[in-house]
Design a protein around this ligand. Structure first.
Ligand SMILES: N[C@@H](CCC(=O)N[C@@H](CS)C(=O)NCC(=O)O)C(=O)O
Length: 224
């Protein structure tokens, strides 16, 4: 695979960037992983030259600087089509796209109030937490209906829906949303988290501790 010069900027704590990292691994591509700490390193001019909005992930391949995780996933699928991570059947493709977009537009924004709980910090406003859980459960119910007797969304093999939704849903039980009402999703989660690409990109306890103290500082600043 001629991918040795590709540079991927990623971080296991950020689902937006972990989904790119997992896709690179699932496709068996060679790449150089570059860490950009979100404690200010993202504003350095050399990173802004690649990612003007100071966001991770970013991918540099073949002279092209890329931002926006879904655009990067589409690029990887188009340029490195094997193993295929998008179904060819139109309905299956629609399922994959729905899971990607619902994760980004509905699920991720809904989880914000649950974030402290996921990290083991004291929760915030109980009303906001309850509303968040309701919104999350609407998404989970919908996803449960989209899974059929195949192991992945719309497919017998892993698709782009998995790195997108599969880097968010496994965190939900920690945020007070158990998955036991969703047997298909639960089994899907266990299937994904057992994969080497998930295990290799798992946040370490040290990373979680760093994020916790960053979040605690933010919470105490906004309270005071
Ligand atoms: N829509 C973007 C979102 C990227 C994004 O929001 N990244 C966050 C980390 S999850 C970030 O880099 N934040 C740092 C900052 O905004 O300075 C994508 O999907 O790639």
């Amino acid at each position: 695979m001629r991918f040795s010069r590709a540079k991927a900027v990623s971080d296991p704590i950020s689902p937006n960037s972990r989904r790119v990292w997992i896709t690179l691994l699932e496709k068996g591509l060679e790449f150089e992983l570059v860490a950009v700490k979100l404690n200010g390193e993202q504003f350095k001019p050399e990173f802004l030259a690649i990612s003007p909005f100071h966001h991770i992930p970013a991918l540099v391949d073949d002279g092209l600087n890329m931002v926006e995780s879904l655009a990067i996933l589409d690029y990887l699928e188009a340029k490195y089509p094997q193993p295929a991570m998008l179904p060819s059947d139109t309905k299956d493709l629609a399922v994959v796209r729905m899971v990607e977009l619902v994760t980004i537009n509905e699920l991720l924004p809904a989880t914000t109030p649950l974030f402290p709980l996921m990290l083991g910090l004291p929760g915030g406003d109980p009303e906001k937490i309850e509303q968040a859980k309701q919104k999350v459960s609407t998404v989970l119910k919908f996803f449960e209906t989209l899974l059929d007797d195949r192991p992945f969304f719309g497919s017998q093999t892993i698709t782009l829906a998995e790195p997108v939704a599969g880097t968010v849903i496994p965190w939900l039980p920690g945020g007070g949303v158990p998955l036991n009402h969703y047997p298909k999703l639960s089994a899907w989660c266990a299937r994904l988290t057992a994969r080497p690409a998930w295990q290799e990109t798992e946040a370490t306890p040290k990373m979680i501790e760093t994020l916790k103290s960053r979040l605690q500082t933010m919470i105490s600043k906004s309270a005071g």
